[in-house]
Write a protein that binds this ligand. Structure first.
Ligand SMILES: Cc1cc2nc3c(=O)[nH]c(=O)nc-3n(C[C@H](O)[C@H](O)[C@H](O)COP(=O)(O)OP(=O)(O)OC[C@H]3O[C@@H](n4cnc5c(N)ncnc54)[C@H](O)[C@@H]3O)c2cc1C
Ligand code: SF4
Ligand code: SF4
Length: 442
């Protein structure tokens, strides 16, 4: 005698959405926006056309329609299954949430961590190598490849550089039209790569170029973008946790983009440590034969004027020693004290926003949330209280030395060395001591 076989569970049909003729008021495609699987197209009259084979029967369009113009129907085959299920004692398969299943399928198509390698006239931006450092950590956690995106004209050597900083693969788009950065051309190239290779995460520098490109690309591919991240990590569901200051820097917010891919972030220069360099490292170059007709690009680059290396300008973001002054400096003339100390150390003078707002120092010297992020070997804060908006711009310096006459000033919380005293006595004393030490040595 044979054993009774377990009865197979049968799936209950969910139906397919359709438009009820004459009901649509062309409300602005709410049904299309609600559809999680993009199976609704709008016709010229602003009415929906449902692509029936793609519909998963979630009823979102039906629920959102303000004119009750959508309903669900069952095919003849589905109606037969429903009739059979109604009369049979066979178990019905538990419903899995089709929307969640469709989302998870869509997200799983995206793999890999990408870093956009920013370059101007072939010269790479240091922030790109910093991003490869944090990108590597993310790629290891996700168990995926770390890839560089190199766009330009004659920029293949940058792929090799990217391998030295940890990239395993480089997507190279190399053509004369990409010689100089122009939003239209670079957006086309980036979107082409994204649509072809589907990355999970894309990181760009929060520089003029990176901010412009990231925003335009995110808009085009329809995903989220978190600007000026100060921390990046991966959660248990493989989502990118993007941390950045919010509400004027008073809180740190962690932002997720859990329904769209790729997840895009920008990070300011000097926020992440440089990736370790390995000259021996090798990787794969994927050359994309992609270009954009020059006549399609409205912007023409006439001349590149570099403002950071010009005469008289000071690059505080790249300095190894920074002596910053705040409102405690009492006036612009007193910054000469800081300049003397900076000259002895081979450093530069920075400032808090209060000092900049008071007109004591130019805006390009401002350190902090709305100024520059710095990561020098030594940061000396003179007469700066240590507001959170200032700290986010300098707290990752190797050594912070704070000089303040208020022993409870918050700056001391991030300082390796704190001097409670009057800066007008302390700063000249330090300068004098350094001079004497130098003289003894020579
Ligand atoms: C949206 C937003 C963005 C901001 N962005 C920035 C930013 O990018 N960078 C930034 O710096 N700020 C920024 N701020 C401003 C920030 O909140 C603080 O107001 C500012 O940093 C305070 O500057 P300060 O420390 O120089 O001045 P104060 O807070 O007034 O501190 C002066 C300090 O000097 C000390 N002092 C006075 N005299 C002496 C003396 N003789 N010797 C020793 N110590 C002395 C005092 O004890 C005091 O601690 C931002 C604020 C907002 C709302
Ligand atoms: S039922 Fe769901 S999947 Fe089908 S068209 Fe409507 S929103 Fe899209
Ligand atoms: S939501 Fe309803 S009214 Fe609006 S476009 Fe869709 S079918 Fe028409």
């Amino acid at each position: 005698m044979s054993e009774p076989q377990p009865t197979a569970k049968r799936k209950k049909p969910r139906g397919i959405a359709r438009l009820i003729a004459g009901r649509c008021i062309a409300c602005g495609a709410r049904c299309q926006s609600a559809c999680p699987v993009n199976c609704i197209e709008m016709n010229d009259a602003g009415e929906p056309i449902v692509e029936a084979p793609k519909c998963i029967g979630c009823q979102k369009c039906v629920k959102i329609c303000p004119a009750t113009a959508m309903d669900m129907y069952f095919t003849a085959e589905e109606q037969q299954i429903l009739a059979e299920l109604a009369t049979s004692a066979a178990p019905v398969e538990d419903e899995t949430d089709p929307e969640a299943a469709a989302l998870s399928k869509k997200l799983s198509e995206y793999k890999g961590v990408w870093v956009f390698i920013e370059q101007t006239e072939g010269e790479p931006a240091r922030v790109s190598w910093e991003l490869l450092g944090v990108g590597k950590e993310l790629a290891v956690k996700l168990g995926v490849e770390l890839c560089a995106v190199v766009i330009g004209d004659g920029v293949e050597p940058l792929c090799v550089e990217a391998f030295a900083y940890g990239a395993q693969k480089a997507y190279l788009v190399d053509a004369p039209v990409f010689r100089n950065y122009r939003t239209e051309a670079y957006v086309e190239a980036c979107c082409h790569l994204i649509e072809t290779y589907k990355p999970e995460v894309i990181l760009m520098g929060a520089t003029g170029m990176g901010r412009d490109l990231a925003g335009a690309v995110a808009t085009r591919v329809g995903t989220g973008l978190t600007a000026d991240c100060t921390g990046l990590d991966i959660d248990v569901k493989r989502n990118l946790m993007q941390t950045r200051p919010a509400f004027g820097g008073n809180i740190m917010a962690t932002i997720m983009c859990d329904k769209f891919r790729p997840q895009m972030s920008t990070v300011r220069p000097n926020v992440m440590p440089m990736a370790a360099r390995n000259e021996e490292a090798r990787g794969t170059i994927v050359r994309e034969e992609f270009t954009v007709p020059e006549e399609n690009i409205l912007t023409k680059v006439i001349e590149i004027i570099r403002d950071t290396h010009g005469k008289g300008s000071v690059d505080i973001a790249g300095a190894e020693f920074i002596i910053s002054g705040g409102r405690g400096m009492m006036g612009p003339e007193n910054f000469a004290l800081l300049q003397e100390l900076a000259d002895e150390l081979g450093g530069v003078v920075g400032a808090s926003r209060s000092a900049v707002d008071a007109g004591w120092m130019p805006g390009d010297r401002q350190v902090g949330q709305t100024g520059k992020t710095v990561r020098p070997k030594i940061y000396i804060a003179c007469g700066i209280s240590g507001a959170i908006q200032h700290l986010v711009g300098m707290q990752d310096s190797d050594i912070v030395i704070a000089i303040n006459r208020d022993k409870s000033a918050p700056i001391f919380e991030v300082a390796a060395y704190g001097i409670v005293g009057d800066l007008f006595q302390v700063v000249p004393a330090i300068t004098k001591t350094i001079r004497e030490l130098k003289q003894k040595k020579s």
